[in-house]
Write a protein that binds this ligand. Structure first.
Ligand code: SF4
Length: 375
């Protein structure tokens, strides 16, 4: 691997490795790889006019497997809405932020964020298999844009080794699973060698957008002492296909714990029917536990995809009433200024009178619960 000193070489080397590694290379090669590839798609006049301006703010890449899910007859198609640049992206609202959850403010060394004592985010790459228009890290991906370089992680790995309170390392980015197997194995081995780290978590959209990348070689690269949890990012049941099912099966059989985080996106998944089907299919078909439903953060140019918090609370309440606990995600907001993820409810506590609490049940009826606690 090359050093971070030469951006162009790193990107080129990673692209070569990424594209020449296995059969899934066709999915990458035949998809959208650059903004200019959008010209061959049946875009609306607005999308066509916005393509290059939006691509300057946030890269464009769509593997063929994901592109094929778009129904081009539907201007509001929920897959299209996630990956095709739109004119609204160019409209920045006052108060929107370049770094919505303050990753950079909590970064003691490059490529690492340490916000909570027992865990860190590690950024092995700032490149992705797919670029989602709503991404809250899009400005880092555009500004930094670098691929994997062994030397670039040395300070971050030394930091983790010097902090025994760190139990979990979260590979994020960029998309860690867009890296070649060799790089993943190398990163895994370096983290595994740090005795106080117990769990490796991987945040990725690869199982959604490029499921053919989940190969036996990839899961073998992540075998060892560490507990491995893969947090996928499905936003709509239309993303769940035979290929994503096979990818998740491969990861389950490798012993990985599978969780999913979705982003609540207006026009994509902001109805109870869509979210209910998504959560059920995740759990029942893929064996992926719905973990978080994120309220939209303040990424620039994303006002058109955000719901209100009240709308999100109503959806979360309806899901709570319809779905079993194992199918229910927690509705959260990752606070600005690095305040962490906080649940947004709904809240079932209506009030209290001394030791008697008034609580609203899932049927809407308010009941009381009087505490009886032994001394
Ligand atoms: S894969 Fe993740 S990091 Fe990459 S653009 Fe999508 S949301 Fe952002």
């Amino acid at each position: 691997m090359t050093s971070d000193a030469n951006l162009h070489d790193i990107a080129t080397a990673e692209e070569r490795a990424f594209n020449a590694d296995a059969a899934w290379q066709d999915d990458v090669r035949q998809g959208v790889r650059h903004a200019r590839d959008l010209a061959s798609l049946p875009l609306s006049p607005g999308e066509r006019a916005a393509a290059h301006g939006a691509a300057a703010n946030h890269k464009v890449r769509i593997p063929k497997a994901y592109l094929d899910l778009i129904d081009w007859n539907d201007p509001a198609d929920p897959i299209r809405a996630q990956v095709i640049p739109s004119p609204e992206e160019l409209e920045e609202a006052e108060g929107e932020l370049g770094d919505p959850i303050a990753d950079h403010d909590f970064s003691p060394v490059p490529r690492l964020t340490h916000r909570h004592a027992d865990r860190v985010l590690l950024f092995p790459t700032y490149q992705c298999a797919v670029y989602c228009r709503f991404c809250f890290r899009k400005e880092s991906l555009t500004a930094i844009g670098r691929g994997y370089a062994r030397e670039a992680l040395e300070l971050a790995l030394a930091y983790i080794a010097a902090h025994p309170e760190i139990r979990e390392v979260i590979l994020t980015g960029g998309d860690p699973l867009s890296l070649p197997d060799k790089a993943l194995a190398e990163i895994f081995a370096r983290i595994e060698a740090i005795a106080h780290v117990r769990l490796l978590r991987i945040h990725t959209r690869v199982p959604v957008a490029l499921p053919s990348r989940i190969t036996s070689g990839l899961v073998e690269a992540l075998q060892g002492r560490l507990m491995v949890t893969v947090v996928t990012h499905f936003n709509h049941a239309r993303e769940i296909t035979d290929a994503t099912e096979a990818a998740c099966r491969t990861m389950r059989q490798a012993g990985f714990v599978l969780l999913n985080q979705s982003v609540l996106l207006k026009g994509v998944n902001d109805t109870v029917e869509v979210l209910e089907e998504l959560c059920r299919e995740l759990m029942y078909r893929l064996g992926v536990k719905p973990y978080y439903l994120h309220h939209g953060d303040l990424a620039r140019g994303m006002a058109h995809r955000r719901t209100t918090i009240a709308e999100g609370q109503a959806l979360a309440g309806a899901l709570r009433a319809r779905l079993s606990g194992i199918c229910n995600p927690v509705y959260v907001l990752d606070l600005p200024e690095g305040g962490g993820k906080v649940p947004l409810g709904p809240c079932y506590v209506e009030g209290r009178d001394g030791e008697t609490w008034r609580l609203r049940g899932l049927d809407g009826e308010v009941r009381t619960y009087t505490e009886i606690v032994g001394t």
